[in-house]
Design a protein around this ligand. Structure first.
Ligand SMILES: NC(=O)c1ccc[n+]([C@@H]2O[C@H](COP(=O)([O-])OP(=O)(O)OC[C@H]3O[C@@H](n4cnc5c(N)ncnc54)[C@H](OP(=O)(O)O)[C@@H]3O)[C@@H](O)[C@H]2O)c1
Length: 243
């Protein structure tokens, strides 16, 4: 049976590395992005070089109507999905809670949490013969990200609870649900948070004394999706250099 994976937020960073990794393992890829059409198209062209294995799925995964359309487009192209990577998320500029307004907090929660709920729901409906889901969380869920992004950290803690609860809810249907908690990874996300050099600033505080590469997170995601992890569900794998 074909392995069909949707990766949300696949145009850059960890999502793009995951798309490359899964494509190299024979998956058909639904590659979601929201605005960076150039980067998403470049990656899709790369993955489709010798045969069609990737479809671009533009849409805002915090919006229910977009999620429904994304899944329908994927159904039409490759058939029902068998694997899901909930990866899309945002960081807002670093600040303390006293300076956060409801608009910011709701934007972070809807992009990072509502999206994962909606995509899990649509995925589970389609996984009639079992399947696997990986939710990308963050070490921030354990640490809390004080003075920087408590809202983001709290959103990732919610993702961890979704992972645990859904894993138990669908285990008897042969659907595995796991999470990965990256630490400081070299991607453009930190520039969105206002500090492009954040990983290098923090690396002395990481036991392995370095930031991580997106490919190192993609490898953890791919393992959790694979049959090699067939007895793993409801687990959250820290990939944070020991932090
Ligand atoms: N980088 C780190 O150090 C780190 C650490 C811990 C956890 N993580 C987690 O790892 C995941 C990937 O992080 P990253 O650093 O690779 O992020 P990134 O480079 O900022 O990429 C984010 C991706 O999400 C997409 N996106 C954002 N909002 C979206 C929405 N509403 N709907 C659909 N797509 C949306 C972006 O699309 P466009 O390009 O089209 O805007 C982009 O493809 C996230 O869940 C993040 O929280 C990252």
């Amino acid at each position: 049976m074909a392995k069909v994976a949707l990766i949300t937020g696949g145009s850059r960073g960890i999502g793009a590395a995951t798309a490359r990794k899964l494509a190299s393992e024979g998956y058909l890829i639904g590659l979601n992005y929201i605005k960076n059409k150039v980067a998403a198209t470049q990656l899709s062209d790369e993955l489709n070089k010798d045969r069609k294995r990737c479809v671009l799925l533009q849409g805002d995964v915090s919006q229910e109507s977009d999620v429904l359309r994304i899944f329908e487009e994927l159904d039409e192209t490759f058939g029902p999905l068998t694997h899901l990577v909930n990866n899309a998320a945002i960081l807002q500029p670093q600040t303390k809670l006293v300076d956060m307004d409801a608009n910011r907090i709701n934007r972070v929660l809807s992009t990072n949490v509502t999206s994962a709920f909606l995509c899990c729901r649509e995925a589970v409906k389609r996984m009639v013969n079992g399947g696997a889901i990986v939710n990308v969380s963050s070490a921030a869920a354990r640490i809390g990200a004080p003075h920087e992004y408590i809202d983001y950290a709290a959103s990732k803690a919610a993702v961890d609870t979704l992972t645990k609860g859904l894993a138990l809810e669908v285990a008897d249907r042969g659907i595995r649900v796991n999470g990965v908690r990256p630490g400081f990874i070299y991607t453009d996300m930190h520039a969105d948070g206002g500090e492009p050099g954040r990983v290098d600033r923090m690396k002395e505080n990481i036991p392995l004394k370095r930031g991580g590469q997106p490919e190192e997170i993609a490898a953890a995601i791919a393992w959790l999706l694979s049959d090699d992890a067939s007895y793993v569900t409801g687990s959250i794998l820290d990939a944070a250099g020991g932090r």
